[in-house]
Design a protein. Structure first.
Length: 50
């Protein structure tokens, strides 16, 4: 098992979704994953919750 930190800072919804999908994939493979959301990517959380 490895530890991963994935960073989302771009305001592009596709980049943000890719970070989320990679985190899910790594987690399913038994790795520990953390997502750090900064900058313009913080605006995308509300967009995805709709």
């Amino acid at each position: 098992m490895k530890d991963y930190a994935l960073f989302a800072f771009n305001g592009d919804i596709m980049c943000f979704s890719h970070v989320l999908l990679n985190a899910l994939d790594l987690n399913e493979r038994g790795h520990r994953v953390g997502i750090i959301i900064e900058g313009a990517a913080t605006q995308l959380i509300t967009a995805l919750s709709k």
